[in-house]
Ligand binder design. Structure first.
Ligand code: SF4
Ligand code: SF4
Length: 185
C-alpha cells in the first residue's frame, strides 16, 4: 500500500512559507539559535524545538506550537538569525505563529498580558498616528486590570516630560498602513 507524504500547505510550515518565504525544512537542528536566544530560559519550547515541531507537519505538533508561551516571548532581537548557518529567519516565523495563534484562539494563558500590551500599543498608533504614552498606559491598565502597576514612576515621568496629557495626531500615513492590513491589529 502506498502512503502519500503530508502536503506542506495543510500545515503551519506551508503558511509560513507562503507568508514569509521561509522554509522551516532548512533548519538542521544545530541548536545555535536556542543557545544564543536571550529569552530561551523563560520559554516552554526552545526556538530550535519550535522549528522541529513545524518540520513534523502534523496537526498535533502545530497546535502545540500555537499554544506555546515561547512564541509570545520572542523579542525579535535577531540574535538567532545572526547565528544560524542556514539563515532561517526565526523572527519572521514567530510573527506568523503569533498571528495564527490569535486566529485559532490558542494563545497561552500566561501570554494574556503580552497580547493586551500589543493591542494597546497598536491601538494607540492606529488612533493617533503615533504613540501617545498616556493613552497607551491607560488602555493597557483597563485591559489587564493592573491599575496600580508602576504607578509610582508616573510623577517622575511627568516631571521629565515623558508623559503628555494631550496626544499629537499624525494619522495620515499610519492609517494607510492599517488599511493595507485590512484594519487588523
Ligand atoms: S541555528 Fe538555524 S539551523 Fe541551527 S537549529 Fe537554529 S534555525 Fe536550525
Ligand atoms: S529573535 Fe526571538 S527567537 Fe530569535 S534570538 Fe531573539 S528572542 Fe530568541
Amino acid at each position: 500500500m502506498l502512503h502519500s507524504e503530508p502536503h506542506e500547505d495543510s500545515f503551519l510550515a506551508g503558511t509560513i512559507r507562503q507568508k514569509t518565504g521561509v522554509s522551516v525544512q532548512r533548519c538542521y537542528q544545530c541548536g545555535k539559535c536556542s543557545a544564543g536566544c536571550p529569552a530561551a530560559s523563560e520559554m516552554d519550547i526552545a526556538p530550535s524545538v519550535v522549528l522541529r515541531h513545524l518540520q513534523l507537519q502534523s496537526s498535533e505538533a502545530d497546535k502545540h506550537v500555537l499554544g506555546s508561551y515561547s512564541i509570545w516571548l520572542c523579542l525579535t532581537c535577531h540574535t538567532c538569525i545572526a547565528r544560524c548557518p542556514m539563515e532561517v529567519d526565526l523572527p519572521k516565523v514567530m510573527d506568523v505563529l503569533r498571528a495564527e495563534s490569535l486566529k485559532h484562539k490558542l494563545v497561552h494563558p500566561k501570554a494574556k498580558d503580552i497580547v493586551s500590551f500589543h493591542r494597546s500599543f497598536l491601538g494607540t498608533i492606529r488612533r493617533f498616528g503615533r504613540l501617545w504614552e498616556m493613552g497607551f498606559v491607560a488602555d493597557y491598565k483597563l485591559r489587564t486590570g493592573h491599575l496600580m502597576q508602576d504607578i509610582a514612576v508616573a510623577p517622575v515621568m511627568f516631571e521629565k516630560g515623558k508623559l503628555s496629557l494631550i496626544p499629537q495626531f499624525r494619522k495620515k500615513l499610519v492609517s494607510r498602513i492599517f488599511a493595507a492590513r485590512g484594519g487588523n491589529i
